[in-house]
Design a protein around this ligand. Structure first.
Ligand SMILES: NC(=O)c1ccc[n+]([C@@H]2O[C@H](COP(=O)([O-])OP(=O)(O)OC[C@H]3O[C@@H](n4cnc5c(N)ncnc54)[C@H](O)[C@@H]3O)[C@@H](O)[C@H]2O)c1
Length: 255
């Protein structure tokens, strides 16, 4: 059964997949802290969730900044109560061949996609350990499981997220805390997808709509497909699952 009356903190929830996750979890009965660098978008979503009858709080935060992440968790707790569920969704993408990939782009990808997950986990885990209860879901990517030209730096960050998920899951399992990852395939309708199309053109990548032809289920993913899997992993129905990196790819990637 979905948990009712609990608090979820979702990073990068002002737009895209994170927004769908926040909405899905609020429908499952969670109060939601929305943490994002986009403070305006976060506030708009918090208002919408409140109109639907749940508590919600918007927090302006850069997850790649350690103090910012610690402050975010404190603000969320003050506004809504102890955090039961952390969804590390905030992420960015930069494409290009590794051979001349700019160092600043490499560092920024790791700062947001990897440091961000690490800092947010550190921010919520001490409280979860004390309460002997908690749940973390990290949004990785199918790109974290395969190497592909132009996605090398991004893939390395997502492989790191999968590895961190596995190690942390085993570390905190004795404290009653579960940690899993979701690996989306090609998700349509988010600002990141628009960004991939824009950057991809430069490197001769086919548009995502064309790539849909090689997806066994015959379509791109929706943000809701990913949100439904997060809601499942967060629920007690997944009580025996930890350390997993679940593909949501329409059959595009199987391992
Ligand atoms: N779109 C896809 O096809 C796809 C596929 C696989 C995995 N993913 C992963 O799913 C997650 C969400 O993707 P999306 O498509 O919704 O992305 P998006 O760019 O559409 O949205 C990301 C959100 O994160 C926020 N954000 C960015 N940097 C931040 C930071 N430093 N601190 C806090 N918030 C920050 C943005 O403001 C935005 O609201 C990402 O981790 C991404 O890597 C996306």
């Amino acid at each position: 059964m979905d948990r009712v009356g609990r608090v979820a903190l979702v990073t990068g929830a002002a737009k895209g997949i994170g927004l769908a996750i926040a909405q899905r979890l609020s429908r499952a009965g969670y109060d939601i802290a929305i943490a994002d660098t986009d403070a305006t978008g976060a506030r708009a979503l918090a208002e919408a969730i409140r109109r639907d009858g749940r508590h919600a709080s918007a927090i302006a935060c850069d997850v790649g900044d350690r103090n910012g992440a610690l402050r975010m968790a404190e603000e969320a707790t003050l506004a809504l109560g102890e955090i039961d569920l952390l969804v590390n969704n905030a992420g960015i993408i930069r494409l290009g061949p590794l051979v001349n990939f700019a160092e600043e782009d490499w560092r920024e990808l790791f700062r947001v996609n990897v440091d961000g997950v690490f800092f947010c986990c550190q921010a919520v885990l001490p409280g979860m350990i004390v309460r002997r209860r908690g749940n973390i879901v990290n949004i990785a990517s199918w790109n974290g499981k395969l190497g592909a030209p132009n996605f090398g730096a991004y893939s390395a960050t997502k492989a790191a997220v999968i590895s961190l998920t596995q190690a942390l899951a085993r570390e905190v399992a004795p404290h009653g805390i579960r940690v899993n990852a979701v690996c989306p395939g090609i998700v349509a309708g988010t600002p990141m997808r628009v960004e991939v199309e824009r950057q991809g053109k430069e490197f001769g990548l086919p548009p995502s709509s064309e790539r849909a032809r090689i997806i066994p289920l015959g379509r791109l993913a929706t943000p809701e497909d990913i949100a439904n899997t997060v809601a499942f992993l967060a629920s007690d129905e997944a009580a025996y699952m930890t350390g997993q990196a679940i593909n949501v790819t329409g059959g595009l990637w199987l391992h």
